[in-house]
Design a binder for this molecule. Structure first.
Ligand code: TXA
Ligand code: MG
Length: 353
């Protein structure tokens, strides 16, 4: 039994990504997307909440279901590079090289949009559109079945940690959307890297699953848009994001002193009757005495922390932890994206010991 009709009107289909992608359930979910309904689906980064990108009513429902500000544009998901030509006004040569190199994969490329095809709700009135082909067998099969470009933000309530499992989507959106395709946990665990190109220059609007080093293989000229830029070109970057309910402090500094400092904060909070939590690298996990200590994997494998971060933040919420301290990752490889999400989750509450 692969389908269960939940208490609400949200259908839930369970699909095994290694064998089931031709299943009837995928066809049914694809047909729902094509008929203007909202279906959440797995990608290699996080779960997305999909709707036909040409259908303004459907796209409007995405914003309503998530409580998302309407000036924050959506990524359009495709299954084939040949679809790009019908959506992009033109494809700059460097953008084309990036697509060839990293698609399917966790890279989103912003290109000039052809007027009149994609709903203006998707682009939030900008003259560009963000495109990506996800590297996930279930997502690709679903997009093929839907047969339309699919606008899909992360399938969480706005401001909450992004969903890396179907249960996270169900928790946030059950009853507000038409279906969820459950294809198991997302591998990468952080969202795609969003880039724009200008001539031979790659501008990173949001760090993510494709690292700066990987982009550097394609062009020497890669820059990160300053997080403090007054008008960020990736509009979503200015909003509160990823935050757990407890107050999160991101702690940088040398390992030993950091453990001592965090433990002092824990002891003080406990004395005030508060529930305390720590996200620590596996090497330090046993050194803390808090109400909940969760591992981010080995500090020498930041991709483990990327995979785990959002589900750990949700776990802290389940336990109603009041104060959370997080060991800051080093800023290399996917650590750049991890740090970006953690600084946002901390709402600027970053301490260097
Ligand atoms: O990995 C991902 O990218 C996931 C999965 C579902 O594909 N999607 C995702 O979507 O993270 P969302 O909506 O949570 O984030 C999209 C980001 C936002 O920061 C948004 O502002 C930016 O992409 N964006 C979308 N269209 C843009 C455009 N035309 N120009 C600049 N930034 C854009
Ligand atoms: Mg999001």
């Amino acid at each position: 039994m692969n389908v269960r009709e939940a208490r609400s009107n949200t259908s839930i289909w369970v699909i095994d990504p290694s064998s089931d992608v031709d299943a009837m359930e995928v066809k049914e979910a694809g047909a729902m997307l094509a008929s203007g309904r909202l279906v959440a689906f797995p990608t290699e980064t996080v779960y997305g909440l999909g709707a036909d990108a040409r259908n303004t009513d459907a796209v409007t429902r995405i914003f309503q279901a998530k409580g998302r500000p309407s000036d924050n544009p959506l990524i359009v998901h495709l299954h084939n590079v040949s679809q790009v030509e019908s959506i992009a006004e033109h494809i700059p040569p460097l953008a084309h090289r990036l697509m060839e190199r990293f698609w399917p994969g966790p890279l989103t490329v912003v290109v000039p949009v052809k007027p009149g095809i994609i709903s203006e709700r998707v682009t939030a009135g900008l003259n560009t559109v963000a495109l990506r082909i996800p590297n996930h067998p279930v997502a690709l099969a679903l997009l093929r079945e839907a047969g339309c470009p699919v606008a899909a933000p992360s399938a969480n309530l706005s401001g909450r940690p992004s969903p890396t499992e179907a249960s996270h989507v169900i928790h946030d959106l059950e009853g507000k959307i038409d279906g969820v395709v459950d294809g198991g946990p997302a591998q990468v665990g952080l969202e795609s890297t969003v880039v724009e190109v200008r001539g031979d220059h790659i501008i990173v609007l949001r760090p993510g699953g494709i690292t700066l080093d990987q982009l550097n293989d394609v062009s020497d000229n890669v820059t990160m848009e300053g997080a403090e830029a007054s008008a960020p070109r990736s509009p979503g970057m200015k909003y509160r994001h990823y935050a757990p309910q407890g107050a999160l402090t991101l702690v940088q500094g040398e390992a030993g002193e950091r453990v001592q400092w965090i433990q002092r904060q824990i002891d003080e909070a406990k004395a005030r009757g508060k529930l305390t939590g720590v996200l620590a690298f596996a090497e330090h996990e046993a050194l803390y005495e808090a109400d909940l200590v969760l591992s981010l994997g080995s500090k020498s494998h930041p991709e483990q922390a990327a995979h785990l971060l959002f589900r750990r933040l949700r776990k802290l919420d389940e336990h109603q932890i009041d104060y959370i301290w997080v060991e800051s990752p080093s800023e290399t490889g996917i650590g750049v994206a991890l740090l970006n999400r953690l600084v946002k989750a901390a709402e600027g509450n970053v301490v260097r010991i």
